[in-house]
Every structure is written in structure tokens, then in C-alpha cells.
Design a protein. Structure first.
Ligand SMILES: [Ca+2]
Length: 152
């Protein structure tokens, strides 16, 4: 029984870690979310609600393949915010109330760079090379309430 469980766990890890250039329209909100030092710092700075910081830690996926993009519906990391856990180099549709509503965002402070796109399939106009601490007001880039997808 123990052996079977281990095999399933290994298979699941391999399946999730498999590289894919395909566009997934699954929102990153459905993917495992973890508390990162960066998210904790934002919480301590009063930017993130306690519910975000209280979210459980899941180590199912290899940390090297997972990063985060912190998005907010208002400028200066206010309004409705979410720390999106995302696998790298995969296009994600911005669902769950964030489509065409993001006004500030920032990836983890681990060298991660992200692009946001006008269209839902990572095409169209974009803002790229977004890195920590991020963009406090997408108005500065003509991209307020405009992003529909992202890739880090
Ligand atoms: Ca907004």
C-alpha cells in the first residue's frame, strides 16, 4: 500500500512537472498556492490580507518549477489581491475576477520575470520583463484593467 502511494505521488509529480508550451486556460488560482517569503513580507507590510498569509503550504510541486505573481485590482497593491502560484513558461488566463481588472502586480523576488498580455492566450499587446517589486500602477504602462493572461 505504501509502495502504491509512493508510485502515485511520483507519477503525479512527473506529470505536473512535464514541460508544456501549450496555452492552458486553467486559471493559476486552481494551482497549488504557497506562502512565500515575498508574500509574507507583503502581509507584514499590510499589503496582503491575513487570509492570504494564512493559506496552507503545499510542497506537491517542485519549487524550481513554481513561482508566483501577486496581482491586485487597484494601484499600489490594494483592492482585491491574490498571490497566483504559477508554473514557469506556461500561459495562464487571468480568471476569477482578475481579467481586465489588474492595476498592480509583482512576481516573486527570485529573478522571476513575467509578461502580461492583452488577449487571453498570451498574444496581443504586452508588458514584459516585470520583476520584483513589480509595477505599482499599470496606468504608467497604458495597461490598467487590460491584462487577460500572463506568463512568467
Ligand atoms: Ca483595476
Amino acid at each position: 500500500m505504501q509502495f502504491t502511494t509512493t508510485l502515485i505521488a511520483i507519477f503525479a509529480t512527473v506529470a505536473l512537472a512535464a514541460p508544456s508550451a501549450e496555452v492552458t486556460h486553467q486559471s493559476a488560482l486552481d494551482i497549488v498556492q504557497t506562502i512565500t517569503p515575498d508574500a509574507l513580507a507583503r502581509y507584514e507590510a499590510g499589503i496582503v490580507s491575513p487570509s492570504v498569509a494564512a493559506r496552507g503550504v503545499d510542497t506537491t510541486l517542485d519549487k524550481r518549477d513554481i513561482t508566483h505573481l501577486f496581482v491586485c485590482t487597484d494601484a499600489n497593491f490594494s483592492g482585491k489581491c491574490q498571490n497566483l502560484a504559477t508554473d514557469r513558461e506556461v500561459c495562464h488566463f487571468l480568471g476569477n475576477g482578475f481579467d481586465n481588472s489588474i492595476s498592480s502586480l509583482g512576481p516573486d523576488n527570485d529573478g522571476t520575470q513575467c509578461c502580461i498580455f492583452d488577449n487571453s492566450d498570451c498574444t496581443g499587446a504586452s508588458v514584459c520583463q516585470i520583476h520584483a517589486p513589480g509595477i505599482f500602477n499599470l496606468n504608467d504602462f497604458g495597461f490598467n484593467d487590460r491584462a487577460s493572461s500572463y506568463r512568467c
